[in-house]
Design a protein. Structure first.
Length: 471
């Protein structure tokens, strides 16, 4: 492998494939696959060709996770803590999602000459001004919110309710987005095929123009209702969920094949990951693998998801690491590899992992992760230790109770988080966890978080207005 800085010689293309609620235990390379009734040969081969992380951490639910990925900031900073609801008054909807002040990776790369596209699920605002084409993407097609809403149009009484259904939308930078079709139970199984087709077309046109490209591809599977495309229905013999996992693996393969066909695989970073852990809702419940819990919790089943990254000739093939990494790190790392500067006027939580990904060092450049559920800091991880401040339940249907005294877990010895360690014997580990929290809280004094529900235009308070005595 060359020691030359890749950003200095050639700007890599980036294809970031983000699945929806795909748990740690679904892919064959993570111990799932055939065990779960759905072989995943393309994802497993991708893992052989790149780096597979076993301690990749995300936010606990869809909207915060997507915000963190695109901005490199914990969602608490961006006011994107909870899921934007579907149909309040238009004025309220305008206050939901990502404010225009936030700088996404798409905006950074676009300003550096990249073509940028978003095909799939957005979930960071559903009105003009807060859609992907308002946040740096040249082109977009997909759903502004989430797949739950496909049930609405067919529900008795919905037509008379006056509530507007969710639409599939499309738009281009500088233009209003337009409605394509109602997102309903008929459209649901067709969506990922169209997302993939548009992604491949975007890659082809970018290569034809000779421009680097960034394709952000948030697929909708395996979110409930987990209904596969007709071509995959019954394929595995193990039900709709397994068929949908198999379809997702196939969609990944279609994109990888297009990169090979166009001869750009060697200069394209491909990521295959998930926004959060699995849903516990029967009959669409997913698998957390060896970990405990589901999304909307601070348990490892919520926070740890598959993460595979490939860049042939740059990222050593066949690597596996349990070093701790957070999804915000991809923002900072890809900016570095593309040779663009990250913003300096705000707190960025992502750290540069380029040397770690490229095999130049064994250790990650971070050692801690904060675990928020909505606006609650429920736990903090430091290396393989976790300090939990809430008594977690199985899933998000029950509100967790705040603990009088926090519990400390050694995740290496106790992956199910069932046997708290004696804190008196391990005050050193507790201290490291608390230090990570203190650093974050201090940064909030310098860079106050954006209140949820903030309207555009947002103007942040200047650093000079914050008293140093509060730090």
């Amino acid at each position: 492998m060359s020691s030359e800085d890749p950003a200095a010689s050639s700007r890599p293309n980036i294809v970031y494939i983000l699945t929806d609620n795909l748990g740690y235990g679904e892919l064959g390379s993570y111990g799932g696959g055939i065990v779960r009734g759905a072989p995943t040969p393309r994802a497993d081969r991708l893992a052989e060709e790149g780096l597979r992380l076993t301690n990749f951490n995300v936010e606990a639910q869809c909207t915060p996770s997507r915000s963190a990925t695109l901005t490199g900031r914990y969602a608490l900073r961006s006011g994107t803590l909870t899921v934007p609801i579907g149909n309040p008054a238009v004025g309220d909807r305008a206050a939901q999602g990502l404010v225009q002040w936030e700088i996404t990776l798409a905006r950074l790369l676009g300003e550096a000459g990249y073509r940028t596209a978003h095909y799939g699920k957005w979930h960071l605002g559903s009105v003009d001004g807060r859609l992907p084409n308002d946040h740096g993407f040249d082109d977009w097609w997909g759903i502004p919110r989430t797949t739950d809403e496909v049930f609405w149009p067919g529900t008795p009484g919905f037509a008379e309710s006056g509530v507007e259904p969710q639409y599939i939308l499309e738009g281009k930078k500088g233009e209003p987005s337009r409605k394509v079709a109602v997102y309903d139970l008929q459209q649901r199984p067709l969506l990922d095929a169209e997302i993939t087709r548009r992604t491949v077309d975007f890659i082809r046109s970018s290569v034809a123009e000779g421009r680097p490209f960034y394709a952000y591809v948030p697929l909708t599977q395996v979110h409930l209702p987990t209904t596969p495309h007709p071509d995959f229905a019954g394929l595995t013999g193990n039900g709709d969920f397994a068929d949908s996992v198999a379809e997702t693996d196939h969609r990944l393969g279609q994109i990888l094949d297009a990169l090979d066909e166009l001869g750009v695989s060697d200069n394209t970073i491909v990521v295959f990951t998930s926004d959060n852990g699995p849903d516990p809702t029967w009959p669409w419940q997913g698998s957390s693998g060896p970990w405990r819990g589901y999304y909307f919790t601070h348990m490892e089943g919520s926070l740890r998801v598959p993460f595979i990254i490939r860049w042939p000739g740059k990222i050593p093939a066949g690597g596996v690491s349990n070093e701790i990494v957070h999804q915000t790190d991809t923002f900072t790392t890809f900016a570095k590899l593309a040779g663009v500067e990250i913003p300096r006027d705000r707190a960025i939580d992502g750290v540069d992992q380029s040397d770690f990904f490229l095999g130049r060092q064994v250790e990650s450049n971070r050692d801690s992760v904060l675990a928020f559920v909505a606006d609650r800091l429920e736990a903090v991880k430091w290396k393989n230790w976790k300090l939990a401040f809430y008594e977690e339940t199985r899933d998000w249907f029950s509100t967790p109770q705040k603990l009088t005294l926090p519990k400390l877990f050694n995740l290496t010895k106790d992956p199910k988080e069932e046997y708290p360690e004696e804190t008196l014997r391990n005050t050193w580990a507790t201290d490291r966890c608390l230090h990570a929290i203190r650093e974050f809280q201090q940064s909030l004094q310098v860079y106050p978080p954006i209140p949820e529900g903030t309207l555009d235009p947002y103007t942040p308070p200047t650093v000079a207005t914050v008293s140093e005595s509060n730090i």
